[in-house]
Ligand binder design. Structure first.
Ligand SMILES: [Zn+2]
Ligand SMILES: [Zn+2]
Length: 687
């Protein structure tokens, strides 16, 4: 392994032969892929074809045929066009001409430009170009700016910048940690840097439709120029559009892609690569930059028997690896788990058993609404066992609606039934599919369990299947729900009992496969807390990556990447923004949050003092809420403290200064007496 790595590195250093390599891409693997590739081998001459405009891509199937790409055959391309036409909110158009305007470093010879649809060429041209440039002046670096998703799981967001071009990969949100952030709805990255550079931003690329990848899109789009396009697969964009509409952001440019599509954004060219995950339409990104290729894994697992769609595109990934990957950015969610993640179809088998074991009982299945393939398996089983399906939960309706519309989910007519109209059915004729697999307080399942969901009353003839595992932090909530369901006499099946859930993320052995196929020169683990990133770095080393070629990053880091170096540059402004209803606050500086924390921990104190002219005209009025120490004698003590502060002030020339003095005196008093720091509100009122 080590040996191979060395070869690869030295190969990458002399980039010029890459062109030749590219024509050999068809038989480099010595694997069973060879036969196919050789047949499809394009004539190298093709590269000299006349320049194509971006928009010509779809109408050039003859060229397409000769490319080695396996999962973007002519048919797929046509399908994509049709699908796009049906999608009312999206238009498939070539990126704005402007996207080329900043191709300043070197103008590309027409012959090379014409080859942008041949991946191998794409890989070789920028490096060659960069070589030429490097000879004349110091090499420019690609900047990779981490705005979220490193050192944490959630709110993934990365910007990639070169010269005058920036692309953004994902814009996620995360749910607040209740203890630090009371009352907050959600948390998104601080995007000051992007707002400041909005004119450079060529596009937003979404890997898939999970909250931690798209949830922040509305907050991002508010800050960007209105004509910044958003790219993603059908389901991803449909879910994103729901979010934009919820926040009243209309008229964004949304462009549907299918795996295999490539989009040109300034100096970058991005190819969407099919991967498996727990939502359909998940993609990795192969980002061609002037310094070399960056492979961004998105979220992925290897599922060779997916419920629908194709397995992860190993062939393409191997081709990219052979042509040369400069940097791999790989997700790390399940890096602590040994072995392989099971296939989604395993869940179907377990569920089938459960359906047949519970023939005469009412079934309730709680799962993630976004796992459309899981939903499909559940619906298929309902059909098989002749049950009607009632949906429950707002997000369940939304996702089912979106997925049915785009043909991702197939539900035969007459299967769905309104939950209000289920009273006349026998228990064995009904299946309820519900949200709330995480024990979310307002979800349908939680309310069923605690008896305040009037549409469904849980009883002894119910079997509840929780087809999900608790996201770390949610365990308490979900176990409370399970306890309540048991108390009502129901049967409960959850993950530790049966294989009713599989993860959407790769385990260690799958990661090793990815590293081995990509053979990257540099590696940055992403999508994980520090320990995940560290473990992923160790795994990369175990498959031959030198330690010095790996970087563990933090939010705000800017990594500078050239053809043969990777280092930390100057940090950019980054952090956490809190969303509360329509309001947005910066976490670090949020007074609202500081106040809420103080109130929730130690209560609130209000002091009102009436003054007339420059003198107090009454005793201060003190009120305490949520303070455990506010007994009578303490109140008198406090009054004395306030009086002393007022007296000490003497002549009242500034009401603000007076209230500050009172606050300070009380703060010291509380701290000495109770070691607590309640929120103190002082109002000095001129009467
Ligand atoms: Zn995901
Ligand atoms: Zn994710």
């Amino acid at each position: 392994m080590k040996e191979q790595k060395k070869d690869k590195l030295s190969g990458a250093a002399k980039a010029t032969p890459k062109k030749r390599v590219s024509t050999k891409v068809k038989n480099p693997m010595g694997t069973s892929f060879d036969a196919v590739k050789v047949e499809k081998a394009p004539a190298p001459k093709k590269r000299t074809a006349p320049t194509k405009k971006r928009g010509d891509k779809l109408s050039a199937p003859t060229e397409k045929k000769s490319t080695p790409r396996v999962n973007a055959p002519k048919k797929t391309q046509e399908k994509s066009v049709l699908a796009t036409e049906k999608h009312p909110k999206t238009k498939r158009i070539a990126p704005p001409k402007a996207s080329n305007r900043n191709f300043e470093p070197i103008s590309i010879p027409q012959t090379e430009n014409s080859a942008i649809f041949d991946a191998a060429d794409v890989l070789s041209t920028p490096i060659k170009r960069e070589k030429r440039k490097a000879a004349s002046k110091k090499q420019k670096a690609v900047k990779i700016i981490f705005l979220g998703g490193v050192g944490e799981i959630g709110k993934n967001m990365t910007a990639i910048e070169y010269g005058n071009d920036i692309i953004i990969v994902d814009a996620g949100l995360t749910f607040p940690n209740g203890e630090d952030m009371p009352g907050v709805d959600s948390v998104v990255p601080d995007i000051t840097y992007l707002a400041q550079n909005r004119d450079k931003i060529r596009g937003v690329l979404l890997t898939h439709g999970h909250e931690d990848h798209i949830g922040g899109v509305p907050f991002l789009m508010k800050e960007l120029n209105a004509n910044t396009p958003i790219y993603g697969t059908k389901l991803t964009l449909m879910l994103t559009d729901n979010k934009l509409q919820e926040r009243h952001i209309m008229g964004t440019l949304q462009r549907v892609v299918v795996p295999g599509d490539k989009v040109k954004l300034g100096v970058f060219e991005v190819e969407f690569i099919n991967v498996n995950h727990s939502i359909s339409g998940a993609c990795a990104l192969a980002i061609s930059t002037p310094c070399g290729l960056i492979y961004h894994s998105g979220d992925f697992k290897i599922d060779l028997t997916p419920v629908a769609g194709a397995p992860i595109d190993f062939k393409r990934i191997a081709e990219l690896g052979n042509a040369g990957v400069l940097l791999y950015m790989g997700e790390s969610t399940n890096i602590e788990r040994a072995g392989y993640t099971m296939s989604e179809t395993v869940v179907g088998t377990t569920l089938d058993h459960l359906f047949s074991e519970n023939m005469h009982r009412r079934l309730i299945i709680a799962t993630f609404a976004s796992n459309v393939h899981r939903l499909q398996q559940i619906i298929d089983l309902a059909v098989k066992y002749r049950r009607k399906v009632a949906l429950s939960g707002r997000s369940m309706f939304k996702v089912v609606d979106a997925a049915v519309k785009i043909g991702e989910l197939k539900i035969p007519e007459g299967v769905l039934i309104d939950i209000e109209k289920t009273k006349n059915l026998f228990d064995g004729e009904l299946l309820i599919v519900s949200t709330g697999s995480q024990g979310e307080p307002m979800s349908a399942l939680t309310r069923m369990a605690s008896g305040d969901f009037n549409k469904v009353t849980i009883g002894e003839n119910d079997t509840i299947i929780i087809s999900a595992n608790p996201i770390p932090g949610n365990e308490k909530m979900i176990y409370r729900v399970i306890n309540n369901l048991y108390k009502k006499g129901a049967r409960v099946v959850y993950e530790s009992l049966e294989k009713i859930h599989v993860s959407g993320h790769a385990c260690q052995e799958e990661h090793k496969i990815l590293h081995s196929l990509l053979k990257p020169k540099f590696f940055i683990p992403i999508h994980g807390e520090y320990r995940h990133l560290k473990r992923h770095a160790q795994l990369a080393e175990s498959v031959g990556m030198p330690e010095r070629n790996i970087l563990i990053t933090e939010i705000g880091n800017c990594v500078e990447l050239t053809e043969n170096s990777m280092q930390l540059g100057e940090n950019v402004q980054a952090g956490t923004r809190l969303i509360d209803g329509e309001g947005i606050e910066d976490y670090g500086t949020s007074e609202v949050m500081k106040d809420r924390l103080k109130m929730s921990a130690d209560g609130i104190f209000t002091v009102a003092l009436a003054v007339s002219g420059n003198y107090p005209i009454s005793d201060p009025v003190i009120e305490a809420h949520g303070c455990v120490f506010a007994e009578k004698e303490t109140q008198e003590d406090m009054l004395a403290v306030v009086r002393r502060a007022v007296d000490g002030f003497g002549y009242i020339y500034d009401k603000v200064d007076l209230s500050l003095a009172i606050r300070k005196a009380l703060k010291n008093y509380f701290y000495k007496k109770t070691k607590q720091a309640p929120l103190i509100v002082v109002s000095v009122i001129d009467v």
